[in-house]
Design a protein around this ligand. Structure first.
Ligand code: HEC
Ligand code: HEC
Length: 375
């Protein structure tokens, strides 16, 4: 009797253990180790003082799906170069095809502390970019480790374990040695973060038709010029989307003020708290990072939740869709405080869309040094 009870117990124990192991299966997925890397013998010039081997390593990590728990998703899955590093999905899909809660963001012109040699492309401040739609992070080296560990995005449970697994992949020890010369064991979460960050800060967008216009005063069509006038003057879109300065999404250092965030009246009762999540200040509820409109023609769908498919739909929002919400930006209110309707005539909308299309940087999206080295 006793023996029977014992073996029943043992059976139960065995079942429990095997189920636990099955659940754990994902985290023990073996990383494939074959090499398919295609790197130039002399590294590309990334223009940062720390050297070119650091961003080269970052590029490889950025496109390596082995950073995700089941080797299925890389940073590049949700940040595609051809789309200014966005992904054409309202809410991005993670390693198990579950949806994230927000729209993937373009990666360009990020300013980060601890990197020298890459000046702000618009000659602005050296304040670090506030990252994510809610600005909850401004340390890029720490930030890049978040999607790797995010349970929906890439699902890696243990970064130290990941570092060990990466060390066992033949390409990496040499890449890390070159990127961090003369140091001991260099494959750690910290160096993975630093290399990824170095790659990200090197992604600069300054090659659009609009940039040519800024430098030479020429190159825009009549319609684009007309749209530019409407954008900067008549509708004052530039009061938020400052195309020539680095204000967009920047935290104002020291002052405690949270700059570059705004509620544009998408919903009367915002369901996503937005910047409130970073500041815990009720006055920040419903405020989101003012996105850069560089490459905006490529970054559809639009807004933090990807609710609009086209730039025309965005125009409709500003024209007659702004809702009265608690923290609606004063620039989008009438004198009596209600939501402003800009009633933008179709011709004006078309001209502004033409202008927004001139912000596409065809050099950046084709530049080999930002492309997938596994192809
Ligand atoms: C599953 C899709 C997905 C993957 C994989 C992913 N991201 Fe993202 N990324 C997003 C989404 C969605 C956001 C916006 C999240 C938010 O605001 O909460 C974002 C935001 C960012 C931002 C902020 C940009 C800004 O201007 O604020 C950076 C930088 C970034 N990701 C880099 C990376 C890196 C590096 C990796 C790989 C380690 C990565 N991402 C992997 C979807 C993804
Ligand atoms: C009061 C500040 C403010 C003004 C003025 C403003 N915007 Fe915006 N705009 C924002 C914010 C904030 C977002 C992102 C909102 C979100 O996702 O919740 C945004 C989003 C957008 C987007 C989508 C970008 C993307 O990547 O998803 C476009 C396009 C755009 N605005 C164009 C315009 C145009 C054109 C005007 C002038 C008619 C304008 N904006 C005026 C703050 C502003």
């Amino acid at each position: 009797m006793k023996e029977l009870r014992f073996s029943v117990l043992a059976m139960i124990l065995l079942v429990v253990i095997t189920t636990a192991c099955q659940m754990d299966d994902l985290s023990s997925t073996v990383k494939p180790t074959e090499s398919t890397l295609n790197l130039p013998t002399t590294p590309f010039n990334y223009g940062i003082v720390e050297g070119n081997d650091l961003p080269t390593l970052g590029r490889v990590l950025f496109y390596d799906p082995r950073l995700s728990i089941n080797n299925s998703v890389s940073c590049g899955s949700c940040h595609k170069q051809a789309l200014a590093f966005t992904d054409q999905t309202s809410l991005s899909l993670g390693f198990e095809n579950k949806t994230t809660t927000r729209n993937s963001m373009p990666i360009q012109n990020i300013v980060a502390i601890n990197f020298t040699g890459i000046p702000d492309p618009f000659g602005g401040s050296s304040l670090p970019t506030a990252l994510f739609w809610d600005g909850r992070q401004n340390n890029l080296e720490a930030m890049v480790l978040e999607p790797i560990q995010n349970h929906i995005e890439m699902g890696t449970v243990d970064l130290n374990q990941l570092a060990l697994e990466i060390a066992a992949i033949p390409d990496y020890p040499t890449l890390f040695q070159k990127a961090f010369p003369g140091q001991g064991i260099t494959i750690t979460p910290g160096t993975i973060g630093r290399a990824l960050a170095a790659f990200l800060v090197s992604i600069r967008s300054t090659g659009s038709k609009f940039d040519v216009f800024l430098n030479t005063g020429a190159g825009l069509t009549d319609l684009e010029l007309q749209g530019r006038g409407l954008f900067f003057d008549k509708y004052d879109c530039n009061s938020c989307h400052q195309l020539q300065s680095p204000i967009n999404g920047y935290q104002l250092a020291g002052s405690g003020e949270f700059g570059g965030f705004s509620d544009i009246g998408l919903d009367p009762e915002p369901t996503d708290g937005g910047a409130f999540r970073s500041t815990n200040n009720p006055a920040d509820k419903g405020k989101f990072k003012i996105p850069s409109l560089r490459n905006v023609a490529l970054t559809s769908p639009y807004m933090h939740d990807g609710r609009f498919e086209t730039l025309e739909e965005v125009m409709d929002h500003y024209s007659e869709g702004i809702k009265g919400s608690e923290n609606l930006d004063p620039r989008l209110r009438t004198i009596d405080g209600g939501p402003k309707q800009f009633n933008i005539p179709v011709a004006d909308q078309q001209a502004m869309v033409a202008f927004l299309n001139s912000l596409t940087d065809h050099q950046m999206i084709r530049d080999v040094k930002f492309s997938d080295p596994f192809k």
